[in-house]
Design a protein around this ligand. Structure first.
Ligand code: HEM
Length: 525
């Protein structure tokens, strides 16, 4: 930025004013009226009351009073940067989406990294999941992968999300802890929610204390669909693989860094880009069909399960670089609105009950958070690769209304029209069954993949998981909750359960937790 030239003038009361010299813009009100004095409000004499007539003073204070908007109900603390995606291998056999078929084309992106539980002002190195949300500004509209750095989730059905988040965030009476898993409500909920056990193994691993955003993987988590020109659907899971590899810190480092520099992750990303070493990721996909889905031992609609890469390898199809800093944190990072429902032709949804709930939740919360259905008019949320034409109009802060006299269709005046050839088509999945509040049977196996994850870890990583469980559970005051957790660990790995029990001073091991309790899979008569 250019240094500006000011001259100094002595005011009527003897105070110094900085006034316009050469090459400097004149300060104005929001109405564009030039301001002569930005230091003194209008008064009746030097000691008299301030006058309402001072429109500049009133406008300035009024605007300041309204600067804050609600923070995100989750993922409040985040950091966003711009990037570019380039496709290296076409998925034309599987999808019509141009972003996944036009090899060599560059698609602009915006990515926001975040923690989940902490408030906006919490610290970066909390033991927590990291959000990894990516917006692709494609030629066919905005496509969002609203992912995390962990490939599975705590719960299988979105109806449980408010409870999970209430239990994870600060306790309502005391307002703490802001960003830690070390508290009674969290472990109470987890100990009563066995479907969370796979995720808990990841949460207690080094994945949740990453060295920096640059050394993290990202996952779309759910099974989505790709739909090709013949209307055939293939299931897909999305993966982001960091070219720098994975790195985490140790817990004692995390604690020290949080104390010394709570902005450690955002500073790291800013510095890397500012100094010319922008981080890069590969975009990978796991592709599979109905035959695989039907033969796989778990339901591919269950977001607490992965599809092992040995069974379905990750195919790398392109890469992205994050090399653009924001001009304004609030305008871009705070106001960006991601949504799992932002998909483009050739990409579709599955019936994953967590995804279905998310598809409702993001749009709903953003109306509250950004204050108007017109949040798509904010530059960071506007499509960049294609025009926008429709008959939606008005509402708070409308910047983009229909042009001319026509705002409806069908009409005989003209204006945009639906296009069956290029427009978005929902996949015509066949559905039948009785309405019931149930899940499919394999959803009830809560421990197999938790065990697989634990045994796949190196001995030092297993030790870290044990240490983390002892540390976090030792902060939980209710002894019965600690014991319940050991009961779950017995279903995962007896060695781990014994280590944690010993670390917590539990002398007699509890019974293993009942495996099938809580998940209803049977249809009522
Ligand atoms: C925000 C990921 C589950 C509701 C976010 C963000 C990410 C994310 C990355 C931050 C977006 C940003 O940076 O602006 C995930 C993943 C999930 C998951 C990977 C599971 C696989 C859910 C569920 C719900 C939900 C089940 C609700 C039913 C929300 C809400 C926000 C949010 C309300 C705030 C959005 C905003 O204010 O813009 N989620 N989430 N999430 N998520 Fe999720």
């Amino acid at each position: 930025s250019q240094a500006q030239v000011f001259e100094t003038e002595i005011g009527e009361g003897g105070e110094l004013h900085q006034v316009v010299g050469k090459d400097v813009d004149t300060l104005t009100t929001q109405q564009g009226v030039p301001v002569a004095d930005d230091q003194n409000s209008l008064k009746v004499g030097p000691r008299g009351p301030t006058l309402l007539e001072d429109f500049h003073f009133r406008e300035k204070i009024f605007h300041f009073d309204h600067e804050r908007i609600p923070e995100r109900v989750v993922h409040a603390r985040g950091y966003g940067v711009h990037g570019r995606f380039v496709l290296n291998e076409s998925l034309a056999d599987y999808t019509t989406a141009k972003v996944l078929t036009e090899v060599g084309e560059e698609t602009p992106m915006f990515v926001r990294f975040s923690t989940v539980a902490g408030n906006r002002g919490s610290s970066d190195l909390a033991r927590d999941v990291r959000g990894f949300a990516a917006k692709f500004y494609t030629k066919e509209g905005n496509w969002d992968i609203v992912g995390n750095n962990i490939p599975v989730f705590f719960i299988q059905d979105a109806i449980k999300f408010p409870d999970l988040i209430h239990a994870a965030k600060q306790e309502p009476d005391r307002g703490f802890p802001q960003a830690q898993t070390a508290h009674d409500n969290f472990w109470d909920f987890i100990s009563l929610t066995p479907e969370s056990m796979h995720m808990i193994m990841w949460i207690m691993s080094d994945r949740t204390i990453p060295r920096s955003f640059r050394f993290m993987e990202g996952f779309g988590v759910h099974s989505f669909r790709l739909i090709n020109a013949e209307g055939k659907s293939t299931y897909v899971k999305f993966h982001f693989k960091p070219k720098l590899g994975l790195q985490s810190v140790a817990w004692n480092e995390a604690v020290k860094i949080n104390g010394a520099d709570p902005d450690f992750h955002r500073r790291d990303l800013w510095d890397a880009i500012d100094l010319g070493s922008p981080p890069e990721w590969d975009l990978g996909v796991q592709l599979f069909d109905d035959d695989f889905a039907n033969s796989f031992e778990f339901d591919i609609l269950d977001a607490t399960k992965i599809i092992p890469e040995e069974q379905v390898p990750v195919k790398i199809i392109g890469s992205f670089v994050l090399d653009g800093l924001v001009d304004n944190f609030f305008a871009e990072t705070e106001q960006v609105a991601f949504c799992t429902q932002n998909v483009v032709p050739g990409i579709g949804f599955t019936n994953d009950p967590l995804l279905q709930g998310r598809n409702f939740s993001y749009l709903d919360t953003q109306l509250k958070r950004l204050g108007s259905p017109n949040f798509t008019h904010i530059p960071i949320n506007q499509p960049r690769g294609c025009p926008v034409h429709n008959f939606q109009q008005d509402g708070h802060m409308a910047m983009r209304n229909p042009k001319g006299r026509v705002n409806y269709e069908p009409n005989s005046w003209g204006g945009p029209r639906e296009n069956p050839a290029t427009g978005y088509r929902h996949f015509g999945a066949e559905e039948n069954g009785r309405k019931a509040q149930v899940r499919s049977e394999s959803f009830a196996d809560h421990y197999s993949q938790a065990r697989q994850f634990f045994v796949s870890q190196e001995p030092i990583e297993q030790k870290h998981i044990g240490d983390a469980l002892v540390f976090e559970l030792s902060k939980c005051e209710r002894i019965d909750i600690r014991e319940k957790m050991v009961g779950h660990l017995l279903n995962i790995d007896a060695g781990l359960a014994k280590t944690v029990a010993a670390g917590l001073g539990i002398e007699t091991l509890p019974e293993p937790a009942e495996t099938l309790f809580e998940t209803r899979t049977d249809l009522p008569p």
